[in-house]
Ligand binder design. Structure first.
Ligand code: PBG
Length: 326
């Protein structure tokens, strides 16, 4: 006796009926790259199809995103070189690019969920996520600044702050400060398990935030370690995170899967810039089928256990009706 398992694959309707995992726009978060100025667009050379745009133009895109059913965006600033300093002070400028953008996006589109990245690298002339002194990233000094940055974004109306810096204790300090200042309902999505990956190159190109020296291995996790990543998730949950993130996604599906059994918090996976560029370039060259590969990559991330995925493919998928709201 053997089983005729192919009965469940006989035609599309049956395949649809037994499909276990689905991708919906409700699961996707769209990254947005902002630059100063008006009517400005720059294509990011290492991420074909992705642009840095000034706020006025991003607002036009966001309007379309809302009407297509995209629910959430995450903002990243590309700061001009002249504003980058060793103390990253532009991160705390109340009329800086991100506070200004949060206010105007939330004013025009109150229902889109706006997430802001908390870290110093866009503003830091060293390119590090924290304050860099004599070859060392200073933890507690950095956390003090991140806490102020998070409060500034909360005051501007952001729904979730998302610390991506991997300093110790930042979730605890940010949660305390938000609560003390009347922002009890501003959430925290923590980049908890963020690995020291080679796949962030195109993003650093997008932000012009290449490292001046050193690497990020004293704060981001060694790609060889899973228990260390799971410990970060446990710690961030106990410090007050509302969601936890694993990043990158595709090369870390085992971590996503284990995190699912470790916490009851929603799990966010970040399909990072390098994952985007690998699929996009191979697709554009017709080495692989672009749309098929995008959907397969997202399905695998969800199948592993992610509830939400940050993906640079979100806008493309929505515009081409490859994914809709379920
Ligand atoms: C930095 C930050 C990075 C990303 C998001 N926030 C890069 C880094 O840690 O060097 C990477 C995102 C991507 O590659 O798409 N705080």
């Amino acid at each position: 006796m053997f089983n005729r398992n192919r009965k469940l694959r006989k035609n599309q309707s049956i395949r649809d009926l037994v499909q276990e995992t689905n991708i919906s726009l409700n699961d996707l978060i769209c990254p947005i790259f902002l630059i100063d100025g008006k009517n400005k667009t720059e294509e990011i050379s290492s991420m074909s199809g992705i642009y840095r745009k000034s706020l006025d133009l991003q607002l036009i895109d966001i309007q379309e995103m809302v009407s297509l059913g995209i629910k959430s965006i995450i903002l990243f600033p590309s700061i001009s070189k002249s504003k980058k300093t060793k103390d990253a002070r532009e991160a705390l400028n109340p009329s800086g690019l991100i506070p200004k953008s949060i206010k105007s996006i939330k004013r025009k589109f109150p229902n889109i969920v706006v997430i802001s990245d908390i870290a110093l690298d866009p503003y830091n002339s060293d390119g590090h996520d924290g304050i860099y002194k004599d070859g060392i990233i200073l933890n507690d000094e950095t956390v003090k600044i991140l806490t102020k940055q998070a409060l500034l974004h909360a005051k501007s109306g952001v729904d979730f702050v998302s610390p991506s810096d991997m300093m110790d204790g930042r979730i605890f300090e940010i949660r305390n400060s938000l609560d003390k200042n009347g922002f009890e309902y501003t959430g925290i999505i923590s980049y908890s398990a963020k690995f020291a990956s080679s796949l962030y190159g195109p993003f650093r190109d997008a932000l012009n935030s290449e490292l001046k020296q050193g690497d990020k291995k004293t704060y981001q996790i060694n790609p060889a370690n899973s228990r260390e990543a799971l410990k970060e998730i446990i710690d961030d949950e106990s410090e007050g995170a509302d969601m936890v993130m694993i990043k990158p996604a595709s090369l870390y599906l085992d971590i996503i899967h284990q995190a699912k059994n470790l916490t009851l918090l929603p799990i966010v996976a970040y399909q990072v810039s390098g994952e985007y560029s690998m699929i996009k370039t191979a697709g554009d060259e017709k080495f692989i089928n672009l749309d098929g590969a995008i959907l397969e990559s997202l399905l695998s991330i969800k199948r592993a256990g992610a509830d939400l995925i940050i993906s640079y493919f979100t806008y493309y998928l929505a515009k081409n009706k490859l994914v809709s709201n379920s």
